[in-house]
Design a protein around this ligand. Sequence first.
Ligand code: ZN
Length: 72
Amino acid sequence: MSPSVDGFNFDPATFYDITVRDDNAACINYEQTFDVSCVYSNAGVPRVQCGRCGKPMTIIAATRLDPQPEMS
Ligand SMILES: [Zn+2]
């Protein structure tokens, strides 16, 4: 079974396009959403941190990249 993050199932070592939201009420980005392309899932847990507050952002959408980018 694939690891599950915030209700999404991610395959390990896979690239995704991810939409995230900042849920830190103290942050200037609070409740803003960001599209992040080409996020690597590592062991199956993609992490996107807010550039302002450094907290992990909440994943609200994810699309597996097809084709997958070449690993260099
Ligand atoms: Zn933030």
